[in-house]
Ligand binder design. Structure first.
Ligand code: PMV
Length: 326
């Protein structure tokens, strides 16, 4: 027996961040989160289930996946095998169309594409909600990449996680905005989001303040997106990002994802805003800076960001589609 399927999923950038797990094995979050799916950054994955294989094998951008990354992928495929009730091994061939080595989150698009391709190749038709629950177990943020446009991942209450999934809150073509991604030169290897979250929950005295206030950020963000209010979305996103980084900066030992060009970009965006441009930054568990802006200002802004010392490349993204079979 051999069967295969190919799926594509886009990356997403959180506007209200997921930071902290209440249960690690199933990636159950402490708080809900809201994101924009990005059309310019996607992962394409082919999964072939094959009785002739003795173990799972994978390649990413032409190079064999080994060690911990392969173990994590195999663990994810085990979850699919449990749903399916069959146990063949799989060959996974995956390609990112954006610079993986530059520390751009690829786990969101990666596990969303893998969830869809692996279940479709097994002949399973899960539907978006169950796909989101499955993708979440590979990487929390992947739960949101199942959906196009803007998505909210609900925290959920249950211990088995079946109520912790994402939903679309605004369709891809309902609002035209841009997200610029300023890619910095690869720096020292940073702390993984997994390890960073654990350390934050365990040691940051600021974490309780995050938990106490993120609900209000979610409410404000939901309303601002529904109203297509770019300034409000940007302001809430920027404040939420800085609050998350404040919890990281106050862990023991401290986690500082920012590099000098990260800080220079934050100042540049703030200065351009003071000059009248509608632009707001957000930063994840790495040094790269993403900037939300109006479509008409994207070109000028991209040139401004590219001029900041240490910026290697600026990608321009629109709201992207949800995960699809090719
Ligand atoms: O899904 P993970 O484990 O890669 O964590 C993502 C964490 C952040 O990117 C910092 C925030 C988010 O909501 O995407």
């Amino acid at each position: 027996m051999s069967s295969h399927a190919t799926a594509r999923a886009c990356s997403n950038i959180a506007l209200v961040k997921y930071w902290g797990k209440r249960q690690a094995a199933l990636n159950l979050p402490v708080n809900g989160s809201i994101s924009m799916t990005l059309d310019g950054m996607h992962t394409t994955t082919t999964v072939t289930w094959d009785d002739a294989l003795s173990r799972d094998a994978a390649e990413l951008n032409g190079a064999a996946v080994t060690g911990e990354a392969l173990d994590r992928l195999s663990l994810f495929l085990d979850r699919v095998r449990v749903i399916w009730g069959e146990a063949p091994r799989a060959r996974v061939v995956t390609q990112n169309n954006f610079p993986t080595a530059a520390g751009l989150a690829s786990s969101a698009s990666g596990f969303a594409a893998l969830a869809l391709a692996s279940t479709a190749a097994a002949g399973l038709d899960l539907g978006q909600r169950d796909l989101s629950v499955l993708a979440r177990q590979g990487s929390g943020s992947a739960s949101r990449s199942i959906f196009g446009g803007f998505a909210e991942w609900k925290r959920g209450e249950r211990e088995d996680g079946i109520d912790s999934y994402a939903e679309q809150i605004l369709a891809q073509d309902a609002w035209d905005v841009r997200m610029l991604v300023a890619v910095l030169a690869p720096g020292p290897k940073s702390v993984s989001s997994r390890a960073g979250m654990t350390r934050t929950v365990e040691t940051s005295p600021m974490y309780p303040a995050w938990v106490a206030t993120v609900g209000a950020d979610l409410d404000a963000m939901r309303e601002a997106i529904a109203a297509r209010d770019l300034s409000r979305v940007g302001a809430v996103a920027e404040a939420n990002c800085l609050k998350m980084h404040a919890t990281m900066h106050t862990t023991l030992p401290a986690i500082l994802y920012w590099q000098p060009p990260t800080v220079a970009l934050m100042h540049r965006v703030t200065a351009l805003r003071a000059e009248g441009m509608t632009c707001y930054f957000t930063i994840d568990a790495g040094p790269n800076v993403k900037v939300l802006c109006a479509p008409g200002e994207a070109e000028r802004l991209a040139a401004e960001l590219a001029g900041v010392s240490g910026v290697q490349e600026v990608l321009t993204c629109r709201p992207g589609p949800g995960a699809t079979l090719l």
